[in-house]
Design a protein around this ligand. Structure first.
Ligand SMILES: Nc1ncnc2c1ncn2[C@@H]1O[C@H](COP(=O)(O)OP(=O)(O)OP(=O)(O)O)[C@@H](O)[C@H]1O
Ligand code: SF4
Ligand SMILES: [Mg+2]
Length: 335
């Protein structure tokens, strides 16, 4: 399978009056062409910082990519001049943000905004831009596109506005689409429709997608692979099947317990006790130690080695280490 993006040992920090926040602390992952990778984890674990780093949209100061590489189709984005990045953003890599209103200009018609989007990057006539805009409106499922092009953002419902934002992100035919919580602001039925739309778009265009969310229900619907983030690190990654049916990290298991099941009514969400560590001075060892029911002596002292459960399934937890397994087996015999 072709890899379109490879992130290696990514570190991002923010310098503040209170000290340096280590928001992303050595993140590694890759994205295959045409697949959807979901990045999940609790609020503040570094999902948006990771995706903004790919777009090179970390505000500097206070933020900085202090280490690592982000290779997109043979180019290390961390090393490119800002001018080159500007020609990549919105063209090769597009991003959809959480709030559709901030991505749209309330004073311009949808048609103008879509057409400007494409004409900024490609030399085409206004007729060509208009037909591209109509094609995109059609792709994202907006009825009566010719009429709708003349309207302003406030004349659209929340779900329709999000479709337009998606159309804007896709109009230059990017190869990579990063969607940061694209459905959080929408109600549940509309959410489901937008998720279906992602699937349809991927089928039609072959675009590779990174989907950021804290909602595992969303992930269950459309992800091929899942990376679980905790306190600035990816602590487990695997195919959707591996993560949902064979999770290994205690944090992933806890997250899965807290997913409301669609087929069971009245079931309560089970939050994981405790809070993530302070990112000003994150622990040397496993950041989940303070909340983990299985924590061992080694856990808060040394960061776990990554173990491979399969070619696609990797986990950072001492419980998977052979030595820990032997110790546990020995202590079970003694009891
Ligand atoms: N501009 C900034 N200045 C200082 N700290 C920041 C800045 N942006 C992010 N951070 C810090 O980086 C950490 C990771 O933030 P990030 O926005 O990536 O979280 P997230 O996983 O996207 O959470 P959420 O689910 O709430 O969107 C947090 O501790 C946050 O406070
Ligand atoms: S390394 Fe230790 S503390 Fe961390 S998740 Fe595994 S058992 Fe729990
Ligand atoms: Mg975020």
């Amino acid at each position: 399978m072709d890899t379109i993006l490879e992130v290696k040992n990514l570190h991002v920090t923010f310098s503040t009056y209170g000290g340096t926040i280590k928001a992303v602390r050595g993140v590694d992952f890759h994205l295959n062409k045409g697949e959807t990778l979901a990045i999940v984890g609790e609020s503040g674990c570094g999902k948006s910082v990771t995706s903004n780093a790919i777009m090179r949209l970390i505000p500097d100061p206070p933020g900085k990519i202090t280490n690592g590489t982000i290779v997109f189709k043979d180019k290390d984005l961390t090393a490119l001049p800002e001018k080159t990045m500007r020609s990549i953003r919105g063209v090769d890599i597009s991003m959809i943000f959480q709030d559709p209103m901030t991505a749209l200009n309330p004073t311009l018609t949808i048609g103008t905004q879509l057409m400007e989007g494409v004409r900024q990057h490609h030399r085409i006539t206004s007729d060509q831009a208009k037909s591209k805009a109509l094609e995109m409106m059609h792709l994202v499922g907006i009825p009566n596109p010719t009429e709708r092009l003349k309207q302003y953002p406030h004349q659209f419902s929340g779900g329709m506005r999000q479709r337009i934002v998606i159309a804007m992100a896709l109009i230059c035919e990017p190869e990579l689409l990063i969607a940061d919580e694209p459905t959080t602001a929408l109600d549940v039925t509309i959410q489901a429709q937008i998720l279906e739309l992602f699937d349809e778009i991927q089928e039609a265009t072959g675009v590779s997608i990174i989907l950021i969310t804290h909602d595992l229900g969303v992930v269950a619907k459309i992800a091929d692979r899942i990376a679980v983030m905790y306190a600035g690190k990816i602590i487990e990654v695997g195919t959707k099947r591996e993560i949902f049916y064979d999770p290994q990290h205690p944090y992933t298991k806890g997250l899965l317990k807290s997913v409301p099941r669609l087929d069971v009514t009245g079931e309560k969400l089970v939050p994981i006790d405790g809070t993530p560590p302070d990112l000003f001075s994150p622990p040397k060892g496993c950041p989940f130690t303070a909340r983990c029911p299985f924590a061992m002596e080694v856990c808060d002292k040394v960061y776990p080695v990554t173990t491979e459960q399969s070619d696609t399934h990797k986990v950072d937890c001492w419980l998977q280490d052979e030595r820990a397994k032997q110790l546990l087996a020995a202590s079970a015999i003694k009891q």
